[in-house]
Design a protein around this ligand. Structure first.
Ligand SMILES: [Mg+2]
Length: 97
């Protein structure tokens, strides 16, 4: 099986550099969200930074353990589903979510 582009990026630049890139891209996303809230950039500018962070997080999952990340993702999504359902029920009953 051939290495994914994520695995190749880690091999070429190393884990330390890619971890630095994760932090840099997250910082860019934080700035983009703040700028969007102030109307200084469009949604597209935020979308670009979301894509950047997503690409870096895929590499982080490879570095730290994809199986574990996926297990946490499944558990946390199930918990979110339960919380959203409970909040929807409260809203339907005229209560605060
Ligand atoms: Mg970026």
């Amino acid at each position: 099986m051939s290495a994914s582009v994520y695995e190749r990026a880690i091999a070429v630049w190393g884990e330390t550099a890619q971890l630095d890139m994760i932090l840099e891209e997250i910082g860019e996303l934080v700035v983009a969200i703040q700028q969007r809230k102030r109307g200084r950039i469009t949604n597209d500018g935020v979308c670009e930074e979301i894509a950047d962070v997503g690409i870096m997080l895929e590499q982080a999952a490879i570095m730290f353990g994809e199986t574990s990340v996926e297990a946490y993702r499944r558990d946390k999504l199930a918990r979110l589903e339960a919380k959203v359902s409970a909040a929807e029920d409260r809203l339907a009953a005229g209560m605060r979510p």
